[in-house]
Design a protein around this ligand. Structure first.
Ligand code: GLN
Ligand code: ZN
Length: 764
């Protein structure tokens, strides 16, 4: 029986990789420093695996920037537009692909399945040739062997590599999928040669990840599995086919027909597939049980895990392996560093290092009986019991409120058409009203003040004085620009989730719980451990202050329940739907309090609404239903004449437009400028019923757009959106921009709106 991990976080417990990368990019370190830091990190992570008693260590899971990029490089799939040839590339060329350079934009980046990790999308041409450059990948195998460790190299499988790639020039869809699949016969020789080299080194096992099996793959792709794995199989090298993030139960008979020697299943996300495996996965092959949660921070309930593993052990004997559900990449590194978190909550957590230890405990308990691990099991039982009994975990009032939610609670009552009449009368806005998405530049003064406040160097009242000054400045700027609906600018907010999480009960925060998002970028998601309550209003004082500075309407600004959920580590003892409703109720109280404070326009941001979509389409309707309901619960406590806005970014909304409409926000502002208003076609076809502010310029770029460009976009928007429902705004918040460019861009935007008003009234 083996214990292993599918992969380990590479960023380092102290984010060593991040800092080494950034020093390298700034030219502050000698060229050989970064590779040395990388080698040390690999060694440290292997030792952690060895110390935990794992039988093999994962190699090939490390990357300086991204593993998909490394696979593209390994196969010579370097985008031709850079002019670098097919490789091998030096470090600076590799980083140019990842980050762009003066002449070429970076390779596109997108989310790895439903995680918050972003990979670089390989760019392939329809006649793509592949050549193998495997030195770096094989060096890692050698490095591990030199340290006396047993390597288990990890590869992203050929189908996953191709499915996740793109063919520039072909629109995403059936044609592109066919073009990518047509490249498979050209790619397979590279995999075959790689596996041959491993076999020659007498490496016993290779892990090949095919997470695309968690998606609804077209039949042709599933059919290609057989030929692909036959083409790369070697007589003396065993293949562990790794799946994760969803059940592959429906594909099991097909997988059993492949020439592979083991299969890894994610039994955390999809525990029921253990039963399917007992029926359908052969007894004489390895089954790797992904029993420790690789996606979340909770300590494993060892008793529960043993109950699940026992029948598998019975069936597969020593051919049962034990592993985390997926790579530990998605977990923070080491809980031992967390000294400030509530010790009670801490005792319920396990980060990557602790999860490795859990594998060892499970193995010994299976081999020698539970008595051999009595102490660890008792600790686990105690943690489970303490968590169940903790008062914050069970707030009777919150539970009762969620249980008694009615249909009316999730509805504004009056339909939009009726609300609109009273809102227009109250707000008296001009045609094509102008507004912004919420944040204004987070200047260095603001950031320094917040850092000093956190360190205790600034008193609360001193800090608040500075933030009020920043708000007043933002209000003045907006009045001078002639914007119609103002915002306070979010100077006091560090992060749109953390800011609210810190003021809600049921949330905990780590000091070092960083998870790689992309390249050197890391996020530190807060942890939802208990039932959510709102001890006090969170934004009312700031918003009231801002409204008092101006006769124009001031928009209240909140983060919505789905985004709060999506960008946190969420408790695993309650459904996501139930947690979303708890958050929705806490935010609903805030919305009602803002209304009572005289705020007439309230925006509830849901940028993460789409990324909560399940991997399999069959699960979409249920998600969209509860996600839209959570939003409505949050938004529906107010009068008809209070206008609710929402904001979403990142394109590809067309397939979920009905659900977005079901949120029933009075106004949605949405990112569209980069896709040249492509999105609007969707809104035209679907006849979105309420008001829309399609972003008229891209805030991600420092470039100042001209009024004419925005006017052109607005004219296009008028083809599908009625004049009395069209808003004018940038496509996202402005916190990352400087004031000069922001002022200049908004001047142009306001001018565009004014010209449009003249055009339209002249035509009438
Ligand atoms: N109100 C937020 C802001 O302007 C919205 C951020 C987002 O969409 N991610 O910063
Ligand atoms: Zn946005």
């Amino acid at each position: 029986m083996k214990t292993h991990t599918l992969g380990f976080p590479r960023i380092g417990a102290q984010r060593e990789l991040k800092f080494a990368l950034e020093r390298h990019w700034r030219g502050e370190s000698l060229p050989d420093v970064l590779p040395q830091v990388a080698q040390d990190l690999r060694a440290r992570h292997w030792l952690a695996q060895r110390h935990a008693g794992l039988d093999v260590v994962a190699t090939g899971d490390f990357a300086l920037y991204d593993t998909m990029l490394d696979h593209a490089l390994m196969f010579g799939a370097v985008p031709a537009r850079f002019g670098f040839g097919t490789g091998p590339l030096d470090l600076d060329q590799q980083f140019a692909l990842a980050r762009g350079n003066a002449a070429h934009p970076a390779m596109e980046m997108t989310k790895w399945f439903d995680t918050n990790y972003h990979y670089l999308v390989p760019e392939l041409s329809e006649d793509q040739a592949f050549t193998l450059h495997a030195d770096a990948w094989l060096d890692a195998v050698r490095e591990a062997e030199h340290r006396g460790l047993a390597p288990k190299p990890v590869l992203i499988g050929p189908l996953t590599f191709l499915w996740l790639a793109k063919v520039p020039g072909l629109a995403t869809g059936a044609d592109e999928a066919a073009a990518k699949l047509a490249l498979l016969p050209r790619l397979l020789p590279c995999y075959a040669e790689l596996l041959r080299r491993l076999e020659a080194r007498a490496v016993p096992w290779v892990q090949i990840d095919e997470p695309v099996l968690a998606l609804d793959l077209p039949a042709e792709w599933l059919d290609a599995l057989g030929t692909a794995y036959a083409a790369i199989a070697r007589p003396h090298l065993k293949v562990l086919l790794a799946t994760y993030f969803e059940s592959v139960a429906s594909t099991l008979p097909r997988l059993a027909a492949l020439p592979v020697h083991g299969l890894h299943l994610d039994l955390v996300r999809a525990p029921a597939q253990a039963q399917d495996a007992l029926r359908l996965w052969p007894r004489d092959r390895v089954l790797s049980a992904g029993i420790v949660d690789g996606r979340n921070v909770w300590r494993t309930d060892l008793r529960d895990a043993l109950d699940c593993l026992a029948p598998l052990r019975e069936h597969w004997g020593d051919r049962l392996w034990i592993a985390p559900s997926c790579s530990l990449l998605h977990c923070p590194v080491d809980l031992a560093q967390e000294q400030r978190i509530d010790p009670q909550v801490r005792s319920w957590l396990a980060f990557a290092v602790q999860k490795l230890d859990e594998l060892g405990v499970l193995k010994r308990a299976l081999l020698d009986g539970p008595a051999a691990e009595a102490r660890a099991l008792a600790d686990s039982d105690a943690a489970v019991a303490a968590r169940r009994a903790h008062p914050v975990v069970h707030q009777a009032a919150t539970r009762a409120r969620v249980a008694s939610l009615t249909l009316e609670d999730a509805s504004r009552g009056t339909p939009y058409a009726g609300r609109r009449v009273v809102q227009r009368a109250r707000l008296a806005l001009p045609a094509f009203p102008t507004t912004t998405i919420g944040s204004f530049p987070q200047t260095s003064e603001i950031r320094v003040a917040r850092a000093r406040h956190r360190r205790g160097e600034l008193q609360q009242d001193q800090y608040e004085t500075l933030m009020r000054a920043a708000i007043a400045e933002a209000v003045q700027e907006q009045e001078a620009l002639g914007l119609d609906v103002l915002v306070h600018g979010e100077a006091e907010r560090n992060d749109m989730v953390e800011y609210f999480g810190e003021q809600l009960s049921g949330y905990a925060f780590t000091e070092h719980g960083w998870v790689q998002s992309y390249g050197s970028r890391c996020v530190k998601p807060p942890i939802i451990f208990g039932d959510i309550t709102r001890p006090a209003p969170m934004t009312v004082a700031w918003t009231r202050y801002a409204q008092g500075l101006t006769p124009r309407w001031m928009k209240g600004m909140l983060t919505g329940p789905v985004t709060m959920l999506q960008w946190s580590f969420v408790r695993d003892d309650l459904s996501r739907e139930a947690v979303a409703l708890q958050l929705a109720l806490a935010l609903r109280d805030e919305v009602v309090d803002l209304e009572a404070a005289g705020i007439a326009v309230i925006q509830i941001d849901e940028p993460a609404f789409r990324e909560g979509l399940p991997l399999r389409r069959a699960d979409w309707p249920a998600y969209l239903d509860w996600a839209a309901r959570a939003f409505r619960v949050c938004a529906s406590g107010v009068r008809d004449d209070t206008q609710v806005h929402t904001h979403m970014c990142y394109s590809e909304f067309n397939d979920i437009l009905p659900a977005i409409a079901a949120m029933d926000a009075d106004v949605i502002t949405i990112e569209t400028s980069r896709s040249r208003m492509e999105l609007l076609n969707g809104f035209g076809d679907f006849a979105y019923p309420n008001e829309i502010g399609p972003g008229v310029y891209d805030i991600h770029s420092p470039r100042v757009p001209r009024a004419e460009e925005m006017l052109a976009l607005l004219r296009k928007a008028r083809e599908v959106i009625p004049d009395d429902r069209l808003w004018v705004n940038p496509d996202c918040g402005l916190k990352t921009r400087g004031w000069d460019e922001t002022r200049a861009a908004l001047q142009q935007m306001v001018a565009a709106a004014q010209t449009l008003r003249q055009e339209v009234s002249a035509a009438a």
